[in-house]
Write a protein that binds this ligand. Structure first.
Ligand SMILES: *Cc1c(COP(=O)(O)O)cnc(C)c1O
Length: 380
């Protein structure tokens, strides 16, 4: 089954693709959901096209396996889900301000994040019917929302505005993936402080949420009424300290085909600027995937791929659509054979976390890099 309806041709002629393991995704969601109390809702965060995995696919599987909410970053991402006939409540995590954005939110039944009094006023004035809204308070991320010291005033202000139904109050953790939990606890205390002050004003206790994947895996004291889970659902750990908490399987695998095999003489340079020089005759295989597909160019000469269950080094600069490997250990390699860039084959495995460590980034950015060009193949 192929993810892109518009994908030309069949899989057999594809030079590269992304496998999405639907079983792994379903298992991850179920396992994570099991860690929650029954009254805690699971929001599947599917922004950035489901972290490169395909937002509609991920949303459907997550909703079938225990999620009841969806989180997106933008209105356009929310509309994509609605156009796929997904009816679950959708929270837009990013800021929205304009008349057109408010119209779209109403039309597509999305739920906005409100993060300033001015924005709340704009919504209240433009709305014709009550709209569920989610108030974000900044407890230490220094991103969206008023600072926590102004949090209670902000919530009181919104509670007096017509047409705005406060569906939840939330905040976002800045350091939940650190082994040192002290700042996370400080953020939690700040949120609690906001809540105490709001309750002193006789505003009914609204629903509360704070945890991303790392916060959720840290423990139930961070779960409240809902958890907003992205990374862990995709089978990636926000940090090594969480591996003992839950058994997750990576959902994404990246594959490509060998497109040419040849021998180059000693002294030949490989790829742009000859950053790799063959010091002996070398069997080079060309693989049909490059940095425009999502393989970070900074992995050049620093990555390996898996062929026939065996790790093989990549050589020379990774180019836009192709990269080269040293296939000297596989002299009978054939055009069309499958190369695994990310994923497991036999006992060999290469993870997004490993790439991220080499490149100096986080696994989030690695998987998000695969959202544009490659067809997605859904494995049941
Ligand atoms: C992206 C995002 C999440 C999900 O974070 P993960 O670390 O991927 O679980 C949760 N909440 C907000 C506000 C976000 O922007």
């Amino acid at each position: 089954m192929v993810g892109h309806a518009s994908m030309p041709g069949t899989l057999a002629c594809e030079r590269a693709w992304v496998n999405i393991d639907l079983n792994a995704l379903a298992n991850n969601v179920r396992q994570l959901k099991q860690q929650l109390l029954p009254q805690t809702a699971f929001m599947a965060v599917v922004k950035a096209d489901g972290y490169g995995h395909g937002a509609v696919t991920v949303a459907r599987i997550a909703l079938d396996n225990g999620a009841t909410w969806l989180g997106v970053a933008t209105i356009v991402e929310g509309i994509e889900l609605r156009q796929a006939d997904i009816n679950a409540p959708i929270l837009v995590l990013g800021a929205t301000h304009t008349v057109q954005e408010i119209e779209a939110i109403v039309r597509w039944q999305l739920q906005p994040t409100l993060c300033s009094p001015e924005q709340a006023l704009t919504f209240s004035r433009q709305l014709q019917h009550p709209l569920p809204v989610h108030l974000m308070v900044d407890t230490g991320m220094s991103r969206l929302g008023p600072m926590w010291q102004q949090g209670a005033t902000f919530i009181e202000f919104v509670s007096r505005l017509p047409k705005l139904a406060i569906a939840s109050i939330y905040s976002h953790l800045a350091t939940a993936d650190h082994a040192d939990t002290s700042f996370m606890l400080q953020q939690q205390n700040r949120l609690q402080d906001v809540l105490t002050r709001v309750q002193a004003q006789n505003i009914p206790r609204p629903k509360l949420h704070l945890a991303n994947s790392a916060g959720m895996l840290t423990g139930p004291q961070f779960h409240y009424d809902l958890v907003r889970v992205g990374l862990a659902m995709y089978g990636l750990y926000p940090g090594p300290q969480f591996q003992s908490r839950v058994d997750l399987q990576p959902v994404m695998q990246v594959k490509a085909r060998v497109t040419q095999v040849k021998t180059i003489p000693a002294g030949s340079g490989v790829s742009y600027n000859h950053t790799f020089m063959a010091d002996q005759p070398l069997t080079v295989a060309v693989v049909g995937i490059g940095y425009a597909d999502g393989v970070p160019r900074t992995l050049s000469n620093q990555m390996q791929v898996i062929i026939r269950g065996q790790r093989v080094p990549q050589v020379g600069a990774i180019t836009m659509d192709q990269l080269m490997i040293d296939a000297s250990s596989l002299p009978d390699l054939k055009v069309g054979e499958v190369v695994t860039l990310l994923g497991q084959e036999g006992t060999a495995a290469i993870s997004a976390e490993a790439w991220a460590t080499t490149v100096g980034t986080i696994s989030y950015e690695i998987v998000c890099g695969f959202k544009h060009r490659l067809p997605r193949v859904l494995n049941q």
